[in-house]
Design a protein around this ligand. Structure first.
Ligand SMILES: CC(C)(COP(=O)(O)OP(=O)(O)OC[C@H]1O[C@@H](n2cnc3c(N)ncnc32)[C@H](O)[C@@H]1OP(=O)(O)O)[C@@H](O)C(=O)NCCC(=O)NCCS
Length: 188
């Protein structure tokens, strides 16, 4: 079953999770992110450059979730953590203060995970992140999420991620983030 004009709920069984050429699909992916996470047109333009830069990192990989009509309804991407990268350098002092900065080595970073609102809470986010990390060679995974009790934080905890640092401030972000880490493979 696919989404219909009558508003029937989308069926997650029709969703295919597969490798995504994110450079070719960056506009579609950012549209998913804008709807899921809330991004202004200005933020989308900035993210466009950031995504393309991330994809140049060694080992960067993306998966997409596509519905029966071929529409992208969710995506995830990440890469082996590199301490020289901006994200890692921002979180490092917070992790160091908490005695957790060794997590920045030999770790696969989840950079983005988003599912369209109409397709959320049907197991698609879980499929995306577990499939991506299952093929990582690193023994663990790290990520950051807004430091509030959100569906994202609930999902990450269920998968085995725990808090490595809280109240992490990124220069450009209005609210604090939590940095979380999990041993791989993720818990099911
Ligand atoms: C976070 C997100 C990607 C999860 O994707 P999803 O496909 O909805 O997640 P799943 O259906 O796989 O959910 C798995 C678990 O997440 C939690 N969860 C998902 N949606 C939830 C909701 N609306 N309320 C509470 N918990 C929720 C539950 O623990 C759920 O486990 P359960 O199915 O056993 O109850 C999705 O909610 C999303 O895109 N949110 C907005 C963007 C965002 O915050 N991205 C993450 C940035 S760090």
């Amino acid at each position: 079953m696919t989404p219909s004009a009558g508003g029937a709920a989308p069926d997650a069984r029709d969703i295919v999770v597969a490798p995504l050429d994110l450079a070719a699909s960056v506009d579609e992916a950012l549209d998913v992110q804008a709807q899921a996470f809330g991004l202004s047109a200005e933020e989308v333009a900035v993210r466009h450059h950031i995504v393309l830069r991330h994809l140049a990192s060694p080992g960067a990989r993306a998966l997409g979730a596509t519905n029966a009509d071929g529409r992208l309804v969710g995506f995830v991407y990440g890469m082996p953590n590199d301490r020289a990268q901006w994200w890692s350098s921002v979180v490092e002092p917070y992790l160091r203060r908490a005695g957790n900065d060794a997590w920045l080595d030999d770790s696969f970073t989840i950079t983005e995970l988003h599912v369209l609102p109409a397709y959320q809470h049907r197991g698609i986010g879980r499929r995306l992140i577990t499939t991506l990390t299952d093929s990582a060679t690193e023994p663990r995974s790290i990520l950051s999420a807004i430091d509030t009790e959100s569906p994202a934080r609930a999902l990450y905890r269920k998968l085995g991620y725990r808090d490595l640092a809280r109240r992490v401030l990124f220069p450009s972000a209005p609210c604090p983030y939590a940095v979380m880490g999990a041993e791989l493979p993720l818990r099911r």
